[in-house]
Design a protein around this ligand. Structure first.
Ligand code: NAP
Length: 253
């Protein structure tokens, strides 16, 4: 039975724009009902929810900071109250910060990078395991985490804090996949290259994606939809034997 024939409920963190919003729309088109998390921009999240509903699926927009354990626990409770049991998590919420050397980075920046990108992914995956693992009475499911090509390039002189936070995601994906492999749960990551979203404005150059074309073998940035397609495939039964994989979506970079 394909995903169109069964009810499937998906939570996407950071779903109000960029890769998360594209994933919400594509997942809805593949038959998922979607809980869309955001931190600041409620109207943007509501607009994505309306797009999902226009595709005939259920949607809810939920505010939560993934760096807060209390927020994450409330997010999972509210998502399941609205949609029913979850079958998928896309741990997509992530931040960058201004281009800088390590010796220029204040501890507040380093702490926030760890809290959102690493602790946030751990907390959301932990709650997803509690909801979906057969060990906890769940019916299984799929977790997709957001890594980055930065984890293998290191991003020296740009943002080594961000790059190494994504290195943690690579390792976490492999370990958690093996930990829950017999519990009906698959855990994978996508590793985007340079994707045309609003995130680059936060590193100080909103045009970075297009300015970077000459360092990308395919000579162009990727689109949020191109990453979302890989995420939705990893979520789907078509990827039933794929777990612990980190899939590059990077134009060859
Ligand atoms: P984006 O356009 O900046 O969108 C980020 C999303 O995350 C927004 O919906 C934002 O919501 C939400 N968010 C931020 N902090 C959050 C928090 N603490 N708790 C909950 N939600 C939070 O980013 P993107 O480019 O789509 O990137 C998505 C993921 O892909 C990130 O993990 C990023 O590191 C990864 N990635 C991106 C690229 C790229 O080139 N774009 C490359 C490699 C990896 P609000 O707007 O409401 O705050």
């Amino acid at each position: 039975m394909g995903p169109d024939k069964v009810q499937r409920n998906l939570l996407i963190t950071g779903g109000s724009r960029g890769i998360g919003a594209a994933t919400a729309r594509l997942a809805a088109a593949s038959g998922w009902d979607v809980a869309i998390n955001y931190t600041r921009d409620a109207e943007a999240a509501q607009a994505v929810a309306r797009d999902v509903q226009a595709l005939g699926r259920r949607a809810v927009a939920l505010q939560a900071d993934v760096a807060s354990e209390a927020d994450v626990c409330r997010l999972f409770a509210q998502a399941q109250a609205a949609l029913g049991p979850l079958h998928g998590l896309v741990a997509n919420a992530g931040i960058v910060a201004m281009k800088a050397r390590l010796d220029e980075m204040p501890v507040e920046r380093l702490q926030r990078m760890l809290d959102v990108n690493v602790l946030g992914s751990w907390l959301c995956a932990r709650e997803a395991v509690k909801c979906m693992s057969t060990r906890h009475g769940g019916r299984g499911g799929s977790i997709v985490l957001l890594g980055s090509v930065a984890s293998v390039l290191g991003s020296g002189g740009m943002y080594v804090d961000y790059a190494s936070s994504k290195g943690a995601i690579d390792t976490f994906t492999i370990g958690l996949a093996r930990e829950v492999a017999t519990e009906g749960l698959r855990v994978n990551a996508v590793r985007p290259g340079i994707i045309d979203t609003e995130i680059h404005a936060d590193s100080g150059d909103a045009q970075r994606a297009f300015k970077s074309a000459d360092v990308i073998p395919m000579q162009r940035p990727g689109t949020a939809d191109e990453v979302a397609n890989a995420i939705v495939w990893l979520l789907s039964p078509a990827a039933s034997y794929v777990t612990g994989a980190v899939l590059a979506v990077s134009g060859g970079r």
